[in-house]
Write a protein that binds this ligand. Sequence first.
Ligand SMILES: [Zn+2]
Length: 383
Amino acid sequence: MRFSDFPGLSQSKKNLSDVVKSGKIAHAHLFSSGEGGAAFPMALAFATLLNCENPTEDDSCGECPSCKKIQSFTHPDIHFSFPVTTTNQYSKSENLKCEYFLKSWRELLTENPFPSYQSWAEKFILENKLSKSRSLNIVIREAREIINSQALSAFEGKYKIFLIWNSERLNPNAENALLKILEEPTKGTIFILITHKLDRHLKTLLSRVQIHSIAPFKPEEVVDILEKKFSIEPEIAKKAGLISGGSISEALHISGSPNRVDFEKIQEWFRSCFSLDLTNLFISAEEFSNSNENYQRGIFLVGMKALENSLVSEIKSDDFGWSERLNNFFLGFLKNVGAENFEAIRKEMEEGLYLLDRNIQPRLLFLQKSLKLNQLMKSNVKN
Ligand SMILES: [Zn+2]
């Protein structure tokens, strides 16, 4: 992965390449972005540059043996840690190492270098035939592996680099075990933690790492990645880019859905919520719950986007299916419901997304949310 392999974020890229050029490299870093954002590719590009044998002015070369090996995730000095859980084959958590699952991990990254926890957990659960409710973590045995192998010197690279992806999912024991080593690693060892939830870390850990907050991708950058890396049709990429909130994983979810959610669908749902049309609300809940997960997530994502669009006064483009007619509907809706309630409604939908990821029964969830939305939409009218 090179910095030039993904668009935008030029300031972050420059800062990191300046760090490498200066030779003054902290031994522990933490890259933070939203799920499916640029923290992982940025961290990987940084690791690639650190070990590149022939770097250019501001990026790795992409051609040297080190770059090639990192590109195929087979460099002996680049160690990946990521959340896992016990399986039928590896049933004892005290023996659980990421190494057992490297093949799947490489497949995931080859397919999508902007991974989200959800995309990894889905793959892991499916391949190991586990229940959907299982949650994955970075376990203590893996932390011990890291501690032991960081003590060895690098095989062939300039640095031995440990990439710990989804560090918010370090078990408390594992996080504690790593604290000391983050402060004083063996010379030539660099730790790179990648997180989507900075606040889930111990304060002590945060004080021992250099934090790099990576901004979300802009909509046009998401579109660019979807078109170039995933060969998604421009029309669909544009819609997904707008709704994704800068997350490539979300954009892929949205654009991969066979029957995509559009603003019209949200308009219909909101109308039923507003008028408490129970028949239609039951029909919608049934329809949503019979659709696939991408579609269900799309209902909340597109719903949130519709609210945001209505709050922005200058919506001109109908590239995203946001027509004049829709604009009038949502503006009228905004007038009736009130901007302050829009925020509460948006939060309800954000929570819906969260609960969907935790495998709550979708039919019940959509019904509950419909009733809650009705209350919020009407609270202004009564006053
Ligand atoms: Zn190179």
